[in-house]
Ligand binder design. Structure first.
Ligand code: PGA
Length: 253
């Protein structure tokens, strides 16, 4: 299957302007010759989106935001709209990251509202799903993820789904150094693809990109990418260093 493969770096709440600039300049230089079989995405904090956009414009690196609000504008102090993200050069926004679910009351319903608002503004989304350690131990992984997918993507059409990427990120593997084994991850990726198939049909299911995230690093990327249903990675910690992020990109080629 010729699915788009995507390696994205989620910088989370890291890097002031100067640090961001040196990271992205190093990255840009290193990925110049890389063929377009892999899409490369960086997701810096809101405060550096604009300066980074100036640097990567015309290169093979795309820009993503880490979150978004569901209204286009108005009296919502502190929020950032899809219109603003588009204006600043974003191609993607991440939605529903487990840290937003855990610390900022993100729910499947707010994820759904955000996805719809973003798609209406012609941006693409990376929708994060994943189970906690407790849920895995209670053997509710599939039901939790099934609900996250069904509620999160509720009401979308097939055309909308062309702009949707899913990131499977087991919460217990994020920032912990514990990676799901490639086959453990792939099992969930297959389940996600089956759920998408039930909702949107075979064509969307077989073409949608499903990334894995959770302690991805240069030494595990190749094995993860060799699985049948893993189409890329959403990388946190290891994307903060240009050397390791570049190695991950190369390892995924
Ligand atoms: P990590 O984070 O690579 O540091 O585990 C992944 C993520 O949260 O997207």
């Amino acid at each position: 299957m010729n699915r788009k493969r995507i390696i994205a770096g989620n910088w989370k709440m890291n890097k002031v302007i100067e640090e961001s600039l040196s990271l992205v300049n190093e990255l840009k230089e290193a990925v110049q010759g890389i063929n377009d079989s892999i899409e490369i995405v960086v997701s810096p904090p809101f405060t550096t989106l604009s300066v980074i956009n100036d640097i990567i414009k015309g290169s093979n690196i795309l820009l993503a935001a880490q979150d978004v609000f569901w209204e286009d504008k108005g009296a919502y102090t502190g929020e950032i709209s899809p219109v603003m993200l588009k204006d600043v050069g974003c191609k993607y926004t991440i939605i529903g990251h487990s840290e937003r679910r855990q610390y900022f009351n993100e729910t499947n319903e707010t994820v759904n509202k955000k996805i719809k608002a973003v798609l209406k503004n012609d941006l693409s989304v990376i929708v994060c799903v994943g189970e906690t350690l407790e849920e895995r131990e209670n053997e509710t992984t599939f039901s939790v993820i099934g609900t996250q997918i069904r509620d999160g993507l509720n009401g979308l059409g097939q055309k909308d789904m062309e702009q949707v990427v899913i990131a499977y990120e087991p919460v217990w593997a994020i920032g912990t150094g514990k990676t799901a084994t490639p086959s453990q991850a792939n099992e969930v990726h297959i389940f996600i693809r089956d759920t998408i198939k039930e909702m949107f049909g075979d064509e969307i299911a077989s073409s949608i990109t499903i990334q894995y995230g959770g302690s991805v690093n240069p030494s595990n990327i190749t094995e993860l990418m060799s699985e049948s249903d893993i189409d890329g990675a959403l990388v946190g910690g290891a994307s903060l260093d240009s050397g390791s992020f570049i190695q991950i990109i190369r390892g995924a080629l």
